[in-house]
Design a protein. Structure first.
Length: 147
């Protein structure tokens, strides 16, 4: 099965069973953002985690095996995303990316934030003017090596 076919089968089973990412993640015992990234083809699971997913979603051995393979990462095309929510995340990077970079360098020195030793959380914050989305990135700082 291709990565696209695996993701399609997972999303179809999720929809048919009426499950949320939160419920699936609770079954796996991991964070909802990480689990959804795996099930959307961007990360991999160990055999125990994959078995929990296929049991919960009623999927076959091909999906079980695919969930354990190292995926080709990067779900978006090289062009600017057109989905409004993903576009806004892209826009945030375009507008604030250089400021974020400058502040990280000022606080930590010359380096990057890891996307490997990394966590992300998404929460809803009640607000009388309209609920707010709170996205937290938590990545290890990796200084550039000198040689």
């Amino acid at each position: 099965m291709t990565q696209k076919e695996v993701v399609a089968a997972i999303l179809e089973a999720k929809k048919e069973k009426g499950l949320s990412w939160e419920k699936i993640a609770a079954e796996v015992g991991r964070h909802k953002v990480w689990v959804s990234s795996v099930l959307l083809g961007q990360n991999s699971m160990n055999a125990e985690e994959a078995q929990k997913v296929v049991n919960l979603l009623g999927l076959d051995d091909r999906i079980f095996k695919a969930l354990q393979e190292c995926p080709m990462k990067g779900a978006l095309d090289k062009t600017v995303p057109v989905d409004p929510l993903i576009y806004r995340l892209h826009e945030i990077t375009q507008v604030y990316g250089t400021a974020i970079k400058e502040i990280i360098h000022e606080m930590f020195g010359d380096g990057i934030m890891s996307a490997i030793d990394f966590e992300i959380d998404i929460k809803r914050k009640q607000d009388p003017k309209g609920d707010r989305v709170v996205i937290t990135y938590d990545g290890k700082f990796l200084p550039y090596r000198k040689w």
